[in-house]
Design a protein around this ligand. Sequence first.
Ligand code: COS
Length: 386
Amino acid sequence: MAMDAETFGQLIDTVRRFVDERLIPLEQQVAEDDKVPDDLIAEMKALGLFGLSVPEAYGGLGLTMEEEVRVGFQLGRTSPAFRSVFGTNVGIGSQGIVIDGTEAQKQQYLPKIASGEYVTSFALTEPEAGSDAASVRTTARLDGDHYVLNGTKRFITNAPTADILTVMARTNPDIAGAGGVSAFIVERRSPGLSFGKPEKKMGQQGAHVCDVIFDNCQVPAENLIGGAEGQGFKTAMKTLDRGRLHLAGVCVGFAERVIDTALAYAVERKQFGQPIAEFQLVQAMLADSKAEAYAGRCMTLDAAIRRDAGEDIATEAACCKMYTSEMCGRVVDRAVQIHGGNGYIADYGVERMYRDARLFRIYEGTTQIQQLVIARNMIREMRDAM
Ligand code: COS
């Protein structure tokens, strides 16, 4: 543990209260306005939420993976749009610099990321390169003391407000796959950088994604992450390993909130003269959801603790992301079913949760990509052992 148990307990209590008292009451408003209020963002900064995973030496809280996952359990209990405000700073937007950045890059950017002065994005996905991440077409050509980037990135979370972006681009056109990709820190004010219109989405209103367009965009050579070309794909993969565990924690928290909502409704709602919670078919749905959320909680904590101990958890992170996001989908589907007709009506909130949860199975690697990662690692390990 990076923090002593008492201090960490206080952090969890603070986040829990913030979620219960400040965020949950605003869920509907944020969904309708498609905007998280500025005063709430200021409170998130004051609580240190932007810097959960940034090392203390650079102004963050420096949480271990286990601690971060436990905070994720709390944050998951409300609309994912709230976590998105600082989620990229905690995860994919900052960790490329934390894991592989040079000392100068860390000193220049991490304190501003941790404080929330800078919002970050992670720009890997392209119109033609989503799951096949190694096939990025965005190019970066060295020209004197800067790189010139050309290409388009797609579905980039927080890009509409991002101050800096971690961008994966191909520095070596002769290497078609992962080895030709490098990672860059690109500042918003860079010449040649522009942004598309925020996309209309199925759910998670309040969180924004858009295209990022590089048109002879100039980036100083010292912003090549780690100072070495050809390492960008690995930086992205390591960043995603970590992000997938964080997201698994959020999925578990989300599922637990949904179960509470469904349980409260089932105990209250009467049909055939008694609460529907007394009916065994409803009980089966509640019980399956409870057991699956518990399984998700246990596996996510186990993988996080193992990562903190220095183990390679790429397989386990993929297992956690796959299981918890799919589990979340099942749990919220049952919750809609338990609510019956009311589950389809916006006033009850479950309808919004159903739409919000759908993205968990897609972003930061689809379920099918997690399956591929898990199976390939299993096969590789077996071959290595032979
Ligand atoms: N950590 C560190 N290094 C890793 C790694 C990881 N988790 N995963 C792969 N690598 C390394 C490999 O070891 C390999 O290194 P060498 O060339 O030195 O051997 C290199 O990276 C290339 O790996 P691989 O050959 O597995 O690359 P592929 O193109 O086959 O990767 C997958 C395929 C599916 C794994 C990859 O494209 C992927 O994860 N896609 C999903 C991306 C994603 O999640 N997108 C969502 C949007 S971003 S929010």
